[in-house]
Design a protein around this ligand. Structure first.
Ligand code: ADP
Length: 398
């Protein structure tokens, strides 16, 4: 089945057409700077190796992007892109969604009620869904949530030690994100390890611009590093990850920062960018560190230390560990991050194969631990779009 996968953000819309059986991307593209003076697009029919690039009119946004996308899919030269369903990436499904959901009025209302939990993401996702419903009137459309995979967490994993009423009345708890990525690499890991999913015990580490790790016991997520929002947990490109919440009061009371400034500081100016005072991009920081930049070295050292600490603490949430899995732009491509983490995590029973680690990634699955290593380490390229497409296809078939 060919599924159109849509990931709609506030100023961008990414899409791909995925053939679910083979896992191939037939087409992919991006509309960016939506609503600005210079919105642009790039559309690619991957199967036919054709590309179109251009700009939308000033101020044009999601409506025009979907209009153009519908026209692109209908062009005679793109007649290989006949889609049967649309799958939407949705960030927050709260406790309401434990899996994918067919989009109808009830689903839309339920997603809207979760918007307070993800004010930056859910409204943009919903806008994409609404416009897509107007453009693809005949196709079934399915919402796939970043949070759904982690709905198997138990209360001791998801409750914050704050007054219980805040959970009961306002849903303040840990939800976890990057669900499609953690779920995809879990099923790939089970296949590579030659184990049934229900007997697969791994820690999945997604390191991209956003970073999170998850403890997967018997194929199900039992703990994860992100929380109510994607700010908790590991150090990320621009997000702080874990910190003493007292810092927020201090910034507010003693330094006179507004809540908006604090929010922007922790979400957009912290993490690798904040510490390095240089960049949020791993490649740039590795280069700067190699050139002797001390702040870049410091940012990377903090990133690595906290990564190892978080993975070690996830281990405490599991009774057995078969493997740890690296994915995401950094996890798949940055051998230095992987070797730093593996060295610090050797006590878990992981023995790194340094040569395999050096040459791993580049779009391929591969072991980076020695054959005798008690716990394996594997690099698995993620494919969130394929996961969303497969969940969409499966949901329609059910
Ligand atoms: P997103 O979370 O936006 O999907 P990605 O998964 O693409 O992001 O990850 C982006 C990160 O991956 C950036 O920090 C980038 O520098 C890093 N990255 C990509 N390729 C490499 C590479 N070859 N070596 C080191 N880091 C890389």
């Amino acid at each position: 089945m060919n599924v159109l996968v849509i990931n709609c953000g506030s100023s961008s819309l990414k899409f791909s057409v995925v053939e679910t059986e083979s896992g191939k991307d037939l087409a992919k593209g991006l509309f960016d700077r939506l609503g600005s003076k210079t919105p642009g697009y790039k559309l690619k029919n991957v199967e036919r190796s054709t590309e179109a690039e251009g700009s939308l009119g000033e101020g044009e946004a999601h409506e025009q992007a979907l209009d153009l996308l519908a026209r692109f899919l209908n062009q005679p030269e793109n007649d290989n892109l006949v889609v049967t369903a649309v799958g939407h990436r949705m960030v927050h499904g709260g406790e309401k969604f434990t899996g994918a959901a067919l989009i109808n009025d009830e689903t839309l209302a339920a997603v809207e009620s979760c918007s307070a939990l993800a004010p930056l993401h859910n409204p943009s996702n919903l806008l994409g869904v609404r416009k897509s419903l107007e453009h693809f009137t005949d196709l079934p459309q399915v919402a796939v949530f970043d949070t759904a995979f982690h709905q198997t967490l138990s209360k001791e994993a998801y409750l914050y030690p704050i007054p219980l009423e805040l959970y009961r009345e306002h849903g303040i708890r840990r939800y976890g994100f990057h669900g499609s990525s953690h779920k995809y690499v879990t099923s790939e890991a089970a296949r590579i390890l030659g184990k049934p999913l229900a007997e697969t015990n791994i820690i999945t580490i997604h390191l991209g611009n956003g970073c999170s790790a998850a403890a997967i016991e018997n194929g199900r997520s039992v703990d994860t590093t992100m929380g109510l929002t994607p700010l908790e947990g590991l150090v990320m490109g621009t997000r702080s990850g874990d910190l003493d919440p007292g810092i927020i009061f201090h910034l507010y009371r003693s330094l006179g920062m507004s809540m908006e400034e604090i929010d922007a500081t922790l979400n957009k100016k912290s993490g690798l960018l904040g510490l390095s005072e240089l960049s949020n991009d791993m490649r740039e920081l590795r280069q700067a560190a190699a050139d002797g930049n001390e702040n870049a070295k410091l940012a990377l050292a903090v990133f690595e230390r906290r990564l190892a600490k978080s993975v070690a603490s996830l281990r405490a949430s599991m009774s057995k560990l078969d493997a740890i899995v690296f994915t995401g732009g950094i996890g798949e491509n940055d051998a230095v991050t992987r070797s730093a983490a593996l060295r610090q995590l050797a006590f878990l029973g992981i023995e790194m194969d340094a040569d395999a680690n050096q040459s791993a990634g580049r779009g391929k699955n591969g072991f980076i631990s020695t054959e005798s290593s008690k716990v394996k380490a594997i690099v698995i390229p993620t494919n969130e779009e394929l996961m969303i497409a497969r969940e969409t296809a499966q949901h329609i078939a059910d």
